[in-house]
Design a protein around this ligand. Structure first.
Ligand SMILES: *[C@@H]1O[C@H](CO)[C@@H](O)[C@H](O)[C@H]1NC(C)=O
Length: 375
């Protein structure tokens, strides 16, 4: 579709985090915190090793690193964003994936970070490396100007973050050799072996798989103006659309690239700029392009909504049924509520994966109210 070349509007840089980790570490000055931000400190995660049943892979021996190949199709490939605001969530999500994987060394993470993040992508790379010394990963830089002019205001400002739209561009950002990827939001924890999700077949010509929620009221994701327009609403005429959440998706990137789905999504975003057809951020264009044509994955893989609604972030309970992945979609994030000492009951399920180290108080004087905490 692109004649082999990356479209001019989409240019990306890659930091090699997985291939040459020791080099990556050495080339960045190791100083205090990240970019002087002493508030971003994480404990080193325990080392998670493959079980004996796993296919043999390169592994860290304390010095040399027999790195996994980012193109190796026998690995489980996971894409996530990496930014200063949700970093604590991303780190916990990675930790949870490793902890529950039967073959953690056979997982490769593809992190997408924003060019103009207050913490630059190199520092984020260094931070991931120091937290997970033997992790297979690569950091890609997402140029926000790829998408910035396509973003419309939405019901919650956080949804307007350009990095929220990085999932539209995975087919362009990730190496062309990557044919399949699991996309995960940063506000999830996986509590099951991710290999099972990876092995989900995408039948027919389906490009994505996700849990579907056919009882949700689909109408409310689009404006009255959208439904009143006979031409627009006809998009669903030959499908039976169901709501799905884009925070957990199995994506066939070969079909994605062939189908030019990035462009289809962008077309809807352009229309949204001209006339308002939905209220949420990056989700509705996915519904427009894929609803009714999504491989339905077991609901256990996206117990979503734990962050509450988009306005108040109230506490929610789990949906009935088994749980393989918990997702704090909505306004409330578990790390924020825990820090503010007003956690929801389910936030305690996130806590064991948290590797954040609160910054040491660097002055002689203790902050009022912290003395007993520090004693
Ligand atoms: C679905 O949502 C729309 C728009 O919010 C509303 O008008 C309609 O009554 C709802 N339908 C049901 C069955 O709840």
């Amino acid at each position: 579709m692109y004649g082999g070349a990356v479209p001019p509007c989409v240019a990306f840089l890659v930091l090699l985090g997985g291939l040459y980790p020791s080099l990556a570490i050495r080339s960045f000055p190791v100083g205090r915190g990240v970019d002087g931000r002493g508030d971003l400190r994480f404990s080193e995660a325990p080392e998670y090793r493959n079980g004996p049943q796993c296919p043999r892979r390169g592994r860290y021996d304390g010095g040399a690193f027999d790195a996994a190949d980012s193109c190796d199709a026998s690995l489980v490939h996971i894409a996530m964003t990496l930014d200063s605001e949700y970093l604590r969530g991303s780190i916990a999500a990675v930790h949870s994936v490793l902890r529950h994987a039967s073959c953690p060394e056979n997982i490769f993470f593809h992190f997408v970070s924003a060019e103009f993040d207050p913490v630059n992508p190199r520092s984020l790379t260094r931070l991931v490396r120091s937290t997970f010394p033997s992790l297979n990963f690569k950091v890609y830089i997402f140029r926000e100007d790829t998408v910035i002019n396509l973003i419309s205001s939405s019901v919650r400002q956080a949804l307007e973050n350009p990095l929220n739209y990085a999932r539209n561009y995975l087919g362009d950002i990730l190496d062309p050799c990557i044919g399949r990827v699991i996309y995960l939001d940063s506000d999830v924890v996986v509590v099951d072996d991710v290999q099972k999700l990876w092995e989900t077949p995408l039948t027919g010509s389906r490009a994505i798989g996700a849990p579907e929620y056919c009882h949700a009221n689909f109408t409310k994701y689009f404006t009255d103006g959208f439904w009143a327009d006979p031409v627009l609403s006809r998009v669903f005429r030959s499908r039976e659309p169901c709501y799905f959440n884009t925070g957990v998706m199995v994506m066939d990137l070969v079909r994605w690239r062939e189908g030019n789905f990035r462009k289809s999504i962008e077309n809807w975003m352009e229309l949204q700029k001209k006339r308002r057809i939905y209220e949420l951020g990056s989700l509705p264009p996915f519904l427009l392009v894929f609803s009714g044509d999504v491989e339905s994955i077991d609901h256990r893989w996206n117990q979503h909504g734990l962050g509450g609604d988009n306005v108040r972030g109230s506490c929610r309970s789990l949906h009935p049924g088994p749980v393989s992945l918990l997702h704090w979609s909505g306004k409330g994030k578990p790390w924020v509520r825990l820090d503010e000492n007003r956690p929801c009951p389910l936030d305690h399920l996130w806590e064991p994966y948290d590797l954040f180290k609160p910054a040491a108080v660097n002055t002689g004087g203790l902050l009022p109210g912290f003395s007993s905490y520090l004693a």
